[in-house]
Write a protein that binds this ligand. Structure first.
Ligand SMILES: *[C@@H]1O[C@H](CO)[C@@H](O)[C@H](O)[C@H]1NC(C)=O
Ligand SMILES: *[C@@H]1O[C@H](CO)[C@@H](O)[C@H](O)[C@H]1NC(C)=O
Ligand SMILES: *[C@@H]1O[C@H](CO)[C@@H](O)[C@H](O)[C@H]1NC(C)=O
Ligand SMILES: *[C@@H]1O[C@H](CO)[C@@H](O)[C@H](O)[C@H]1NC(C)=O
Ligand SMILES: *[C@@H]1O[C@H](CO)[C@@H](O)[C@H](O)[C@H]1NC(C)=O
Ligand SMILES: *[C@@H]1O[C@H](CO)[C@@H](O)[C@H](O)[C@H]1NC(C)=O
Ligand SMILES: *[C@@H]1O[C@H](CO)[C@@H](O)[C@H](O)[C@H]1NC(C)=O
Length: 502
């Protein structure tokens, strides 16, 4: 077949895949939700709503320098809900899987990267930037977020009647990870969650202003799927924290959400935790000037036991185009070393981000950090997750290749990526590099607060979300409307776009 014909053929398949994708969405939906809500979904998708961006812009106009409308009250939780969980996570019994129980020194960032290490950073991180880099574990967000809020948020209050938001410094991820493996029954897995909600709802500020907990939020450093077991079958995964009626009145921020609307995605923690914007600019400049010898790269391992996984195919394609692709196979290489990972990404134009054990990956944020344009294979890997942090127009900063085309061996990654013009690459890379400050968590020990980081953006999003609930109450409407529903806007893709629920 001539090359042009092949391209036309690939284009046809892309069109076909869009239709197929829609079908996948509908079938996903049908499996996970009942048909009544499917009908609701189908009718709702045709109604255009106010976009998230519009709402967000409106909320920015009102922002001033005062704390009015931005106060956060932090619950004084008994230590059994956080510090004790954290300490038991350090127990020797849990260290059989060291990746699950990280060393969370330095406010959750982990050990500082040692650039003097003999294995060498080969000029990746300069002396001037060295103190901002840490070997941060990808599941440590609940600790990082808590420190960031307690140490460096400037509008904390002990008067909950003043507060716009109530933060619950619970560690749901560290709690459940103790019981995910080892045949613990559901009673054991759910115990602390039950205790938490009964503690919360007995506090005087639960029912404040008719909110019934809707101003409350907490953060999970693990994926939401670990906390949303649908029933009491011991053989099913995770805890049922998010199914408890009280949790239905709260919001959870986590690294990966399900389709429920009271879960919002926020970036995984990456390795860079600068104190000042100056350091961010210095790093952005280096990544802009960086020469990138590889067209694309993949850092990860195969999922031999997951029949649906496309990782094997991606690895094969990468190996087959050795001149264009750099592979760091985590089964043989050290992928926990920030230096090794970043070295690969900063040398690549595109970075493949297929689903792994779940849809999302921390690697997405590592690649953004290195100015490498992410390539996604599923909308749940980023587009439906980080709506507060990533641009709504996903083609402005990433490439999307539907997973099924890869699975069926129809599409050549290399050919697809070669079709992206130089000008498009430059513009996408600039967008990616501009995203860097928005997806990192600033060092809260810094006195200067000179840039908006992932935390600041998450708080803005929460203030807007709860503000909307308060307005609903003022208007005499049910504050529960749209607050926690399955199959929310996250499942709605239309003309390649997803829509915020109206
Ligand atoms: C782990 O924590 C201990 C004590 O908090 C500290 O001394 C050690 O350096 C840490 N190790 C790493 C690799 O972070
Ligand atoms: C709130 O109260 C605690 C305990 O009394 C105190 O340590 C903390 O500094 C207070 N926080 C604020 C923001 O006033
Ligand atoms: C669950 O496991 C705990 C601890 O092993 C045990 O005490 C409890 O009886 C079990 N509960 C049920 C319902 O099996
Ligand atoms: C959740 O909020 C509704 C009001 O919208 C309230 O009726 C219900 O009791 C609340 N649930 C809990 C557990 O407080
Ligand atoms: C995959 O399955 C095989 C056989 O069931 C098992 O021995 C192996 O440990 C599994 N590998 C992983 C990575 O889970
Ligand atoms: C991998 O890198 C990490 C972080 O640099 C280091 O702590 C660990 O010992 C390394 N593991 C291996 C097997 O080299
Ligand atoms: C989305 O981004 C792409 C690439 O930058 C651009 O060509 C396109 O016009 C944008 N779409 C919208 C609706 O802004």
């Amino acid at each position: 077949m001539a090359k042009t014909q092949t391209i036309a053929w690939v284009n046809h398949l892309l069109l076909f895949s869009l239709i197929a994708l829609t079908l996948v969405f509908i079938s996903y939906f049908t499996i996970h939700h009942n048909s009544a809500s499917l009908a609701k979904y189908l009718t709702e998708t045709t109604a255009a709503g106010v976009t998230f961006q519009q709402q967000y812009a409106a909320s920015n106009v009102a922002g001033g320098n005062t704390c009015s409308g931005r106060y956060i009250y932090v619950h004084h939780l008994p230590t059994r809900f956080n510090d004790d969980v954290f300490n038991s996570c350090r127990d020797s019994s849990l260290l059989k899987n060291p990746d699950m129980c990280p060393n969370l020194s330095n406010l959750g960032f982990g050990a500082q990267v040692n650039i003097k290490n003999p294995s060498g950073d080969q000029g990746l991180i300069t002396e001037r930037l060295a103190s901002s880099w840490y070997a941060t574990n990808h599941f440590s967000l609940e600790v990082i977020f808590r420190h960031r809020l307690m140490k460096s948020y400037d509008c904390l209050t002990n008067d909950s009647s003043l507060a716009s938001l109530i933060y619950v410094p619970f560690y749901p991820g560290f709690d459940i990870v103790r019981h995910l493996w080892g045949n613990y029954n559901t009673t054991v897995r759910d115990a602390l969650g039950f205790e938490l909600v009964s503690w919360l709802k007995n506090q005087p500020n639960w029912k404040t202003s008719g909110l019934w907990g809707r101003d409350h939020f907490f953060v999970s450093g693990r994926i939401a799927w670990d906390l949303r077991r649908p029933d009491d079958d011991d053989s099913h995964w995770g805890s049922k924290l998010m199914q408890l009626p009280e949790a239905m009145n709260m919001t959870m921020l986590s690294i990966e959400t399900t389709s429920w609307s009271n879960e919002l995605g926020i970036p995984y923690p990456t390795y860079f935790h600068p104190r000042r914007v100056k350091e961010v600019h210095r790093w952005q400049k280096r990544m802009t000037r960086q020469k990138r010898p590889y067209l694309f790269s993949f850092v990860g391992g195969p999922r031999a036991n997951m029949t649906d996984s496309i990782r094997g195919e991606l690895i094969n394609q990468c190996l087959a185009s050795r001149r264009n692709c750099k592979l760091l196979n985590c089964h043989s290489a050290n992928c926990t070393s920030p230096i090794e990972v970043l070295k690969v990404f900063r040398n690549s134009v595109f970075c493949l981000q297929p689903a792994g054990d779940s849809y999302t990956r921390r690697s997405t944020f590592d690649s953004i950090l290195a100015g490498c344009i992410p390539v996604f294979f599923h909308p749940f890997s980023a587009y439906t997750q980080y709506i507060w942090h990533l641009p709504r127009n996903y083609s402005s900063y990433s490439v999307y290749i539907p997973e099924n085309l890869v699975r069926e061996g129809i599409v050549s990654i290399r050919m697809q990526l070669l079709q992206v013009s130089k000008a498009e690459v430059v513009s996408m890379r600039q967008e990616v590099i501009n995203l860097i400050p928005k997806v990192i968590y600033r060092d809260p020990r810094s006195k200067s607060k000179d840039f908006e980081d992932a935390f600041d953006i998450a708080i803005k999003g929460m203030l807007e979300r709860v503000g909307k609930v308060r307005r609903q109450i003022e208007e005499g409407k049910d504050p529960g409307t749209g607050f926690a529903e399955p199959g929310s806007w996250k499942l709605k893709l239309e003309e390649g776009w997803y829509r915020e629920r109206s």
